[in-house]
Design a binder for this molecule. Structure first.
Ligand code: TYD
Ligand code: MG
Length: 463
């Protein structure tokens, strides 16, 4: 008895999806530690292959090698999604036959984002498979979103085989699976959401997408650590991974591509969760600056950052106060804490500010995480402003990287940044010297101040 149980149990690596017959501390395939989980499987894999026969049995369709130059490009390779932000993150639309995974925390708005978009597509037949909500719940959501479509079919289903029956009936031109962790194939004994189920279901759906040239949108859950639940192979097999993220305190949601075979991964889409669904934020600078109505507060400085090809203004807020306890505190949100410590060291050593005995708190407004080095100058300005308790005028912004010796270094696409600041009514921008060489600034109404060193920027701001 014990023997048969043992035969049907295998250990799967949650990192790479490799399986071994017995437990090991370290995955023999990818070398990760403590990633093996036990799962029950059928001893033979033949049944699994035939499970996907609705999408074409593996091996039934023979591919023929072709010359790249002879491959016919489809007339309609990209499907435009109704949401411009989504299109941009996808790299200019959804590629037919591609599989895209949208991941995010529960309740962040993944289902809303997808439903809102598919309800606005009138020209294609869409099948929305939900393993989480009933058809009436989806209808309620659609009512709330204020959208209806005759071409969108909704079904509550968790069995992979049944999904293919529905596909055969509806013949959709776009398939949505919400979520991949709730779908299970009868051919595998383990529970839905387990490594082997997620892997097999995703692989079968991928085969369906490629063979029928139908795009598939998968919705995926993320685990405690913030990465997609299930095997890492899931991320490898899909064409694009979009992360939907946001801070609970804010209604803003950010959609970013962490992988995209058909586009740029540095693109960003910004939404706001409203009463009637997600609203596109076309001018992100508005959300990233707290409205101060002309009042100047110390500790705030506006930086010009760039995500993808889009520049926007973002506010850095700092609080510097004398440490109440022996060890000063350093607390950072939305910015790299190591980088802030480096900037503090530069201020201490090069500009002579005594910050070693001070608590420093830094916050980037809007709940956004920024990795653009151009924000250094704004961070430094915010810290200095709080330290001397003098405000940075609200119509002054900054953009530049700070080097270890306190020099201000140029950053990419300076011209675009200056233009954005000008467009949003800023009066002055402080940038690295020489960064605007050869650029015609005569049409700009913004005053461009070029600086070489942190001291210079400080003198300009606080006299
Ligand atoms: P949902 O799309 O169900 O999240 P997910 O699929 O990622 O789990 O979003 C649920 C949240 O969105 C819920 O807290 C309510 C909120 N919401 C709105 O604020 N407005 C709306 O119009 C909708 C549909 C949802
Ligand atoms: Mg959902």
């Amino acid at each position: 008895m014990a023997k048969t149980v043992k035969e049907r149990t295998r250990w799967f690596c949650t990192e790479c999806g490799a399986d071994t017959p017995k437990w090991e501390g370290r995955c023999p395939s990818c070398g990760a530690w403590n990633t093996l989980v036990e799962e029950r499987v059928l001893p033979t894999k033949k049944t699994i292959l035939s499970a996907g026969n609705a999408g074409g049995r593996a091996g039934a369709v023979r591919s023929v090698p072709q010359r790249v130059s002879e491959i016919q490009a489809g007339d309609e390779t990209r499907i435009q999604m109704p949401s411009k932000e989504l299109n941009r993150v996808l790299g200019g639309g959804l590629v037919s036959g591609s599989m895209v995974l949208i991941g995010g925390e529960p309740g962040i708005g993944k289902s809303t984002l997808v439903l809102q978009n598919v309800l606005a597509i009138k020209s294609r037949k869409i099948l929305y498979v939900s393993g989480e909500e009933s058809a009436t719940q989806i209808k309620m959501r659609a009512d709330r979103l204020g959208r209806m479509s005759d071409n969108c079919f909704v079904v509550t289903e968790t069995s992979l085989e049944n999904i293919f029956t529905h596909i055969a009936e509806v013949e959709p031109q776009l398939l949505i699976v919400d979520s991949i962790q709730t779908i299970a194939s009868d051919a595998i004994e383990s529970a839905a959401g387990s490594v082997s189920q997620v892997r097999e279901c995703a692989a079968t759906l991928l085969r369906y997408a490629k063979e029928n040239n139908v795009p598939v949108l998968l919705i995926g859950h993320i685990n405690k650590e913030g990465s997609l639940a299930g095997p890492k192979v899931l991320e490898h097999i899909v064409d694009a991974v979009l992360q939907f993220e946001g801070d609970r305190q804010y209604m803003y949601r950010i959609l970013r591509a962490t992988k995209n075979r058909f586009g740029n991964t540095s693109e960003l889409g910004i939404y706001e969760m409203c009463q009637r669904g997600l609203r596109e934020v076309t001018n992100p600078s508005e959300m990233l600056m707290s409205r101060r109505d002309g009042e100047d507060l110390s500790g705030c400085a506006i930086g010009v950052t760039l995500e993808g090809i889009r520049p926007f203004l973002i506010e850095a807020q700092a609080l510097v106060s004398t440490a109440a306890y022996g060890t000063p505190q350093r607390s950072v949100t939305g910015f790299d804490s190591k980088r802030m410590n480096m900037l503090l060291a530069v201020l201490e050593k090069r500009v002579g500010f005594k910050l070693a005995q001070k608590d420093v708190f830094l916050n980037i407004a809007g709940g956004l995480k920024v990795s653009d080095p151009a924000l250094d100058l704004a961070v430094i300005a915010a810290i200095l402003s709080s330290n001397v308790d003098m405000p940075v005028p609200h119509d002054v912004c900054l953009s530049g990287e700070v080097g270890l010796s306190g020099e201000i270094r140029p950053v990419t696409r300076m011209e675009q940044r200056v233009r954005e600041a000008d467009k949003l009514g800023m009066k002055t921008i402080i940038i690295p010297r020489g960064a605007m060489k050869g650029v015609d600034t005569s049409k700009l109404s913004i005053e461009v101040v070029e600086v070489d060193k942190v001291e210079e920027a400080f003198r300009h701001l606080f006299g």
